[in-house]
Design a binder for this molecule. Structure first.
Ligand code: CMP
Length: 139
């Protein structure tokens, strides 16, 4: 039985450009239920911890700098088969390869400023959900 939730983050570039509303509408239209939501700003250290699995890659430092450059929206999203369905909704990590109708095709500016993050495995969804939300914040 695939995990029924995923963790998403609307990135600082999309927040700065007021794309939060249209992105949330796409998420709702795709039948995800918002189980928890928070607007917050990560410190560089928090961004480094969130993206721990990419530590050592050439883009890691820039990515963490960018992800702590402004507010983000963290989202816990419920749906059957949430991880896979959400990754379909947002499209390829590289916006040049993202399909029409996906969030990244509409709102991404570059590989780094690709509008939104979605967890890529059940282990990461759980780790990332615990990073942002305690049990009392999940409804
Ligand atoms: P995200 O889904 O947030 O997960 C990790 C992020 O690293 C990814 O989206 C991209 O924004 C970024 N990323 C992945 N690969 C590269 C790359 N080759 N160069 C720059 N940024 C990258």
């Amino acid at each position: 039985m695939p995990l029924g939730y995923t963790l998403a983050m609307i990135k600082p570039s999309a927040c700065r450009k007021n794309h939060v509303g249209p992105i949330l509408a796409m998420i709702n239209q795709a039948d995800f239920r918002i189980s928890a939501i928070r607007s917050t700003k990560l410190t560089k250290e928090e961004a480094e911890r969130f993206y721990e699995m990419h530590r050592g890659k050439e883009f890691y430092d820039d990515l963490c700098e960018f992800m702590s450059s402004g507010s983000i929206i963290a989202l816990l999203l419920e749906k059957e088969n949430a991880i896979e369905d959400f990754r379909k909704l947002i499209g390829n990590t590289n916006p040049e390869m993202a399909e029409e109708g996906t969030v990244r095709k509409r709102f991404a500016e570059s590989l780094q400023k690709n509008a939104i993050h979605g967890a890529d495995s059940p282990e990461n969804a759980k780790r990332e959900a615990d990073f942002f939300f305690n049990q009392r914040e999940r409804y």
